[in-house]
Ligand binder design. Structure first.
Ligand code: PMP
Length: 432
């Protein structure tokens, strides 16, 4: 693989320290072992082995501006000189809060936490307190973070390792999480008909980004909204990936459906740890210290995350980030389509704005079962071959491929060339 041994040496040391040699399961999916990164810039990451890779993982959807956008770097340097942790409020959290309120929920209030998982945990606790009901509905293949309420039929790395429900999650907790099929309203209606009065909330990713990419069918999200209204349940959109990626207004604006609670993460922290709960004022006012739903955190509204997040939104407002990220995605999707056609390999591509995924299957992928039925071995081959040629896409088909503002010209052309070569290689492998 044209690598020096440095990554391997570090990997061997890591294996003695960290279970499975890594600190988050998906990282172990990079073969033959995870490369260690020295630095990154724009669309590129540079490994300790001297390799250069075009990055389509981008912090699993975080870095919509690419690595080291100069404006973000400037404001961060400026902040570092003033200290980086006060555990008492700063102006940047008010500034970022106002932006989020104006784009995500005008009649909403906000709590900053430190990860997407913390945000969905609080969102569900809040929904249960507000409705005084116990059950929630989630969808097969949706991933909402690594906590007990939602580690049931989960996607992302939980899917990759075949642990639909993690060991250690109490059945007494998991039984309150009911699972429906994405893009199949009848499965949701069935649950509501039987126990509608007990459902606190539906939680969903508006576009599945942890089963590859699976967009909602026309009217699916509207159908969820109507069911929640009919049964006085709350609708939670987990926009940890889609927030600020599908546009400044996220999936709510993109699909013209409003949620009662929205969770955010990734992009909104500008590359630093963050989670956000945005909820209608009457719901959010239950959060402590105003109300009795407890949440607290040493690092909540961390100054660096606030500063980087606010600066990111400023760039999204001023520069054509979404346009260029989408353009790059469109060009690359087209290359996948052409290369697969030329080599008679069946693929389906699901694509929304600057996120997409390639499935090796000959029929549309509309839910988790379709994604699981795709040929993940072929996906893995493609990923490994692309990586050998300097293109780093998600190491599992159950993640998304992302583009950024920094994916222009040279990086995109090189990617397109590599895609054509790799599909020829895959064809030869299967015929040979
Ligand atoms: N929700 C969604 C939709 C996600 O994609 C993720 C992470 N990929 C999470 C929640 C959890 O976020 P975090 O990893 O920051 O806890």
């Amino acid at each position: 693989m044209n690598r020096s041994n440095r990554s391997y040496e570090l990997y061997r040391e890591a294996c003695v320290l960290f279970p499975g040699c890594v600190n988050s399961p998906i990282r172990a999916a990079v073969e033959p072992y995870p490369f260690f990164v020295e630095k990154a810039n724009g669309a590129y990451i540079y490994t300790v082995d001297g390799e250069t890779l075009i990055d389509y993982v981008l912090g699993y959807g975080t870095l919509i501006l690419g690595h080291r956008h100069p404006y973000i770097e400037k404001v961060l340097k400026n902040q570092i000189e003033k200290g980086w942790l006060y555990t008492t409020p700063i102006e940047a959290e008010v500034l970022l809060g106002k932006k989020i309120q104006s784009y995500v929920m005008r009649n909403g209030m906000i709590r900053f936490v430190n990860s997407g998982a913390e945000a969905t945990l609080l969102a569900i606790r809040l929904a249960r307190a507000y409705t005084r009901r116990k059950y929630i509905i989630k969808f097969n293949g949706c991933y909402h973070g690594a906590h007990d309420f939602v580690l049931v039929s989960a996607g992302s790395a939980a899917q990759h390792y075949g642990i639909p429900t993690s060991e250690g999650v109490l059945e007494d907790v998991a039984k309150y999480t009911l699972v429906a099929e994405f893009n199949d309203l009848s499965t949701v209606e069935y649950i509501f008909r039987n126990m509608g009065e007990q459902i606190a909330a539906i939680i969903t990713e508006p576009v599945l980004g942890n089963m590859g990419v699976i967009p909602p069918d026309k009217d699916f999200l509207k159908g969820l909204r109507e069911l929640c209204d009919r049964y006085s349940s709350l609708l939670i959109f987990d926009e940890v990936i889609t927030g600020f990626r599908l546009g400044l207004g996220g999936a709510q604006q993109y699909y013209s459906v409003s949620a009662d609670i929205v969770t955010l993460g990734k992009i909104v922290g500008g590359g630093f740890p963050i989670g956000v709960v945005v909820a209608r004022k009457d719901i959010a006012s239950l959060i402590a210290p105003q109300g009795k739903v407890f949440n607290a955190g040493t690092f909540n509204a961390h100054p660096i995350s606030m500063i980087a997040g606010y600066a990111t939104i400023e760039v999204l407002e001023k520069e054509p980030v979404h346009y260029y990220a989408r353009l790059a995605a469109e060009k690359i999707v087209k290359a996948f389509q052409e290369a697969s056609k030329e080599n008679n390999i069946d693929i389906q591509i699901n694509h929304v704005e600057s996120m997409f995924q390639v499935f090796f299957i000959d029929k549309p992928v509309k839910n988790a079962s379709d994604a699981r039925n795709s040929n993940s071995v072929l996906y893995k081959k493609m990923q490994i071959e692309l990586q050998k040629r300097g293109v780093f896409i998600a190491p599992s088909q159950f993640e998304a491929i992302f583009t950024s503002y920094a994916h222009v010209d040279e990086a995109v052309s090189k990617t397109i060339d590599s895609i054509h070569t790799v599909f020829k290689t895959i064809k030869n492998m299967s015929s040979g």
